[in-house]
Design a protein around this ligand. Structure first.
Ligand code: ADP
Length: 451
């Protein structure tokens, strides 16, 4: 025992502990280099990934595969060359199945009503044949299961440096949920405004009776209160009417019976009925058909060009009246010009005023719902901000375009372009319409009164 304690450095350690320590050292000897190796490998893998990202091909592959929108690459003949995973999820086709097929087998598109597009009118067909970008937010995709999805789609042509056409790329996403929500919202607005119009009309009627000298005797104070109430009720009635029209325009339920319209005659009648409101405000009105070069004089007769369009005259009257009413409303003094001109392709209507003009920043938003210019010249004048939105929706029904050119302090000109029919086309359409008139009459008498 003593020798043990004297030895000092000698420890009486049990053998299993010694074995344990030796084993631990061996494990450490193996594990540390392994960990260092793994760490290096990990770092190396990291640099490989960032190298991969720097490599152009890998980078585009990674983006192509990771992007949440469906992306489909087509060659000049419409054969699918690439199909990303999102396209596979949306369409239900795998890339292996889809690549090499004509796009029409995989992307079976219909319009918003589920009708197949006419020959060459599908968005992809237009991009492939006309080499231009097509945006479509109304298309539906028919799945193999028979179900349909609402799509938001952009097809862009692919052109090389020399503007040589290489094919097209379609980028799309499933917007079924958004569209259902939009539809529900529009339905709610449409029902609510329809229901509210009736009591508002009754209040307006009773206020009008109270203000009528032959019916009621009221003092000056009561009259001034009732006049204010009447003006506000009128505004409310207009707001509900506009809400109803815009909700119907959005969900495609706007009553619309297009027919062949000779724009010159139509505009002449309209100008006659509109000028009164402007002249009452002290504004002068002029109306002109054709640019000065278009009108030719033969002897004493003036030959004006005939501009035929295919539109619902009631709807078009609504649009032009709205533009004219705005011109009257926002122009304190000066002139309003109403005109019709055009070329082989389009009939163009314009409404020009000498009012306050519209700031450049506001112009891109002007045809959006509820947009009102916040300028001192127009802010105080009542309105709903729905008129121009409704105008755009109606003009778009006829594949037309509406826009404004304006200069602050000088005035604004609103333009409408509508596709022009050739005289022969107009004639044959008129014959077709006349032939289907009795049937249309019966349908109209069966349907509920619309807007
Ligand atoms: P509302 O006139 O009921 O407000 P609109 O949609 O018809 O709604 O017009 C939107 C806005 O555009 C108006 O609030 C007004 O600021 C501006 N605006 C429209 N027409 C004219 C015009 N002729 N001149 C100046 N501003 C105009």
């Amino acid at each position: 025992m003593e020798s043990h304690t004297q030895a000092g450095a000698h420890l009486d350690v049990p053998m299993h502990v010694v074995h344990f320590l030796i084993g631990g050292l061996i494990v450490l000897a193996i594990a540390i280099p392994l960990l260092i190796h793994l760490k290096r490998r990990y770092q190396k893998a990291g640099t490989t990934t960032s190298k991969n990202l720097q490599n152009e091909k890998n980078r585009s592959d990674i983006i192509f595969n990771a992007i949440a929108d469906g992306v489909v690459l087509l060659d000049t003949k419409g054969i699918i060359q690439a199909f990303n995973p999102a396209a596979a999820t949306i369409t239900g086709w795998t890339d292996k199945e889809a690549i090499g097929l004509d796009y029409r087998s995989v992307l079976t598109l219909t319009d918003a009503k589920g009708q197949e597009y006419a020959d060459g009118q599908a968005p992809l067909a237009i991009a492939l044949s006309q080499h231009r970008e097509i945006k479509d937010n109304t298309a539906m995709l028919k799945l193999r299961s028979g179900k349909s999805l609402a799509l938001s789609l952009i097809v862009s042509p692919l052109l090389d440096d020399k503007q040589q056409f290489l094919g097209a790329v379609a980028v799309f996403r499933d917007v079924t949920a958004e569209r259902t929500e939009e539809k529900q919202r529009a339905e709610f607005i449409s029902t609510a405004s329809h229901e509210m119009r009736t009591p508002v009309a009754a209040i307006e009627g009773y206020l009008a009776l109270a203000l009528n000298d032959h019916v009621s005797q009221i003092d000056a104070k009561a009259r001034s209160y009732l006049e204010k109430a009447h003006a506000s009720t009128e505004h409310l009635g207009k707001l509900f009417q506009d809400l109803l029209t815009s909700a119907r325009a959005e969900d495609g339920r706007l009553m619309n019976h297009p027919e062949v319209v000779e724009m010159g005659e139509f505009m002449e009648q309209l100008a006659d009925s509109l000028r009164f409101a402007a002249e009452k405000k002290g504004l002068s009105v002029d109306f002109m058909i054709g640019a000065s070069g278009d009108v030719t004089a033969t002897g004493s007769k003036v030959v004006k060009p005939l501009y035929y369009t295919h539109v619902d005259p009631d709807r078009l009257r609504e649009v032009i009246t709205n533009l004219f009413d705005n011109a009257v409303k926002y122009t304190p003094s000066g002139k309003i010009s109403l005109g019709l001109t055009g070329d082989r392709e389009v009939a163009q209507v314009y409404v020009r005023d000498t009012g306050p003009g519209i700031p450049t920043d506001d112009i891109p938003h002007l045809f959006q719902k509820f947009y009102r210019v916040d300028s001192s010249a127009t802010r105080t004048i009542g309105g709903t901000g729905l008129g121009l939105f409704i105008c755009r929706k109606i003009v778009e029904l006829y594949n037309g375009r509406i826009w404004v050119e304006s200069e602050v302090g000088k005035g604004s000109t609103f333009y409408i372009n509508l596709p022009r029919l050739e005289s022969q086309q107009a004639e044959s359409l008129r014959k077709q319409e006349a032939a289907s008139q009795p049937i249309m009459g019966e349908i109209a008498s069966l349907s509920a009164p619309g807007l």
